[in-house]
Write a new protein. Structure first.
Length: 114
């Protein structure tokens, strides 16, 4: 199952936004979630905000600890990316997801380890 979580909607600080994703990853076995599309925005400068940077730092750790398969920043979401092709083959609902269009800098796709 693919779920979209808007972690920026209530304008949280970066620590709380990362906590929200951490909670979803830890509960993913019970909730049958395989992929999380995290909407974090890309900062007021348009170059990536604190939430995005902290989230990616956290996801790097989760990947190192083997808690997630991988994550793909929205700007890297492309049919030319082999990991994207693999995810789309397994979870076809990602193909038409409007959050993943136009190299969206404001999202990150997280593939949960099962």
């Amino acid at each position: 199952m693919v779920v979209t979580i808007n972690i920026k909607k209530d304008m949280p600080n970066a620590d709380y936004a990362v906590f929200l994703i951490d909670k979803e990853i830890m509960l993913s076995d019970k909730t049958n979630i395989n992929v999380i599309i995290a909407i974090h925005g890309y900062g007021s400068s348009g170059k990536g905000g604190v939430i995005k940077k902290d989230l990616h730092k956290y996801l790097n750790k989760m990947k190192t600890y083997n808690k997630i398969v991988d994550y793909i920043p929205g700007e890297m979401w492309s049919d030319l990316n082999e990991k994207v092709k693999e995810m789309q083959a397994k979870y076809p609902e990602l193909i038409l997801n409007s959050n993943l269009a136009n190299f969206n800098n404001g999202v990150t796709v997280i593939w949960i380890k099962k």
